[in-house]
Design a protein around this ligand. Sequence first.
Ligand SMILES: O=C(O)CCC(=O)C(=O)O
Ligand SMILES: [Fe+2]
Length: 290
Amino acid sequence: MAPTRSMMMDSPSDLNEFVMIQGNGVKGLYEMGLKTLPKQYIHPLEERMSMMTNKVVPQESIPIIDMSNNNNNCDVEDAICYAAEKWGFFQVINHGVPTQALEYMKKSEALIKRLLNILMKRLNVKEIDEIKEAVLMGSKRINLNYYPVCPNHDLTVAIGRHSDVSTLTILLQDQTGGLFVRTEDRCGWIHVPPIPGALVINIGDALQIMSNGRYKSIEHRVTANGSKTRVSVPIFVNPRPSDVIGPFLEVLASDGEKAKYKNVLYSDYVKHFFRKAHDGKMTIEYAKIT
Ligand SMILES: O=C(O)CCC(=O)C(=O)O
Ligand SMILES: [Fe+2]
């Protein structure tokens, strides 16, 4: 029997050629009509959501913050800073950003600045001057993530456990669901339910470092789905590659706090992240003072 296209996909080099080099992605595999998951995508047992060690905690939920609550701006600021300190993840509604793609990218700038102003004020950074603005949001990247329907979806993950290397990430997701955030005790996962019109905000490693650990960059992952496709559009707000990041002096000066992280060149930090497969929160160890 002549080998079929799907049989060829069992060979790691053919699969790599088709998905990566020819740029077809996993979308190409889906369109080919594969009925079973190529074995290279099968994840070890301990990474699968079906395992007890990965239990979903349905009663927990990340905060949902109404940004239009202008009568009491202090409440909005408190809610954002508390969410950034405790959860590292929150959803915002009534944020003033249109959610149609191109407009979303253009108009997100004002929301990013508002969030960073609020978060900086709490760190004793009174003003975001040009230098601070560059280090906080000097470069941005937008991704368009398409997650096709996946055969044997329980044997794999769509995106493995990781934390983002950004300052902040702003994410627009469709109504499929599947994004999970690590619980504080690290024993379970909390689903981030799609809310029409909402944006998901998370703190990235760069802001965890610059805030000397006050704001948390939390591990998250995306599960594969056996019946529905999923689309998400994250905007990663980053320092520039040439920036050196470390705890802000204002944070350390406030109460003589000791630096938990050393100064690192941001491009080195990002290189370190991409040097290995997604592995939870391991990247930040690179900047930790031990
Ligand atoms: O698609 C999602 O919900 C999350 C994507 C993500 O975590 C990432 O691109 O870093
Ligand atoms: Fe992420």
